[in-house]
Design a protein around this ligand. Structure first.
Ligand SMILES: Nc1ncnc2c1ncn2[C@@H]1O[C@H](COP(=O)(O)OP(=O)(O)O)[C@@H](O)[C@H]1O
Ligand SMILES: [Mg+2]
Length: 299
């Protein structure tokens, strides 16, 4: 298996709507079918992933859905609750304290508290690897869109620089170590063959490398279109304006794809192109096919 697929924590990120969830699901299916115990995490998401894979919706409990594959939707509130309950083992005390409106109001002012706890939870699952029963060989994290993802991944850095040494800073230290260890963690940047998403991908790559010190394992150009109609084909369509316009629009997309590939090469990471599929809704078969293209491109 490739460098990327050998990493234990795969963080899938990119602009909203580019295909992060699609890529995360395709990767997770591929890893699971290779016999690796895989956890696919969404972050406070719409829980579409379960349905895309042909399973019931999965909530904030880690739930096995098929051989070698479990899923979870990490919700800040649920993660927070789980974390606090692991420290004060009483639902009653939790309710009294954390479901108190005044307390909730003040908690909002602790920067990125929920994100910290959530990321800590992912990292905790990772730390269970590989010996503990129920541990995972791979964790695929379908991150929220770019800005929020950078905040989330920036949490361990901020904590390490802000906290005085003590038990909390020890936690932050190991989170930062896991996140920046290129043997353990890698990111997958998903983009589209359009100017703005490509700009954002280039900026994201810069921020991940220089600011967050996280490895970039692959750039995925999703919805790629390959040229099909040469001048000869277009000439053959003359007299059929509707078809000509369609073929020209298609060729325009193919040119945009080529231009995007050119620009994304600047990132200096393996680039994989996923085809634009025409099925009305992507289901399991499509995700498996995309997983094959990813695995092939990353070999
Ligand atoms: N390669 C593809 N071909 C066709 N449609 C795609 C492809 N990848 C994603 N889509 C569709 O694009 C939309 C956005 O994808 P999604 O994975 O939900 O993006 P994100 O998680 O980045 O917001 C979805 O409707 C999805 O089915
Ligand atoms: Mg998504």
């Amino acid at each position: 298996m490739s460098g990327l697929l050998d990493r234990r924590l795969l963080l899938v990120t990119g602009k909203g709507g580019v295909g992060k969830s699609t890529v995360a699901a395709a990767l997770a299916l591929r890893l699971a079918s290779a016999g690796l115990r895989t956890l696919l995490c969404e972050v406070n998401a719409d829980r579409r992933l379960g349905r895309m894979l042909g399973h019931p919706e999965v909530g904030s409990e880690v739930t096995p859905v098929e051989a070698n594959l479990a899923m979870v939707d990490l919700e800040p509130d649920a993660s927070m609750r789980e974390y606090v309950l692991s420290k004060i083992p009483s639902q009653r005390v939790y309710r009294a304290v954390f479901e108190n409106r005044l307390v909730r109001y003040f908690l909002r002012f602790i920067p990125a508290l929920a994100e910290t706890v959530m990321l800590g939870k992912v990292m905790w699952h990772l730390r269970q690897w590989p010996d503990a029963p129920g541990g995972f060989d791979r964790i695929v994290l379908d991150l929220p869109a770019t800005g929020h993802a950078l905040t989330l991944l920036g949490v361990p850095h901020s904590l390490v620089s802000a906290l005085p040494s003590g038990p909390m800073s020890t936690e932050a230290d190991w989170m930062l170590e896991l996140l920046t260890d290129p043997v353990i963690t890698s990111t997958v940047l998903v983009s589209l063959p359009e100017e703005l998403p490509v700009n954002e991908t280039l900026e994201l790559a810069q921020a991940l490398r220089s600011r967050l010190k996280v490895r970039i394992g692959a750039v995925v150009l999703n919805q790629s279109v390959q040229s099909r109609f040469g001048p000869g084909n277009l000439a053959a369509l003359s007299g059929r304006p509707g078809l000509t316009a369609l073929a020209q629009a298609y060729e325009e997309d193919a040119r945009r794809t080529e231009g995007s590939v050119e620009r994304l090469r600047a990132i200096d990471a393996p680039l994989v192109q996923l085809p634009r599929l025409v099925s009305p809704a992507l289901g399991r078969a499509e995700l498996e096919a995309l997983g094959d293209v990813l695995a092939e491109g990353l070999r």
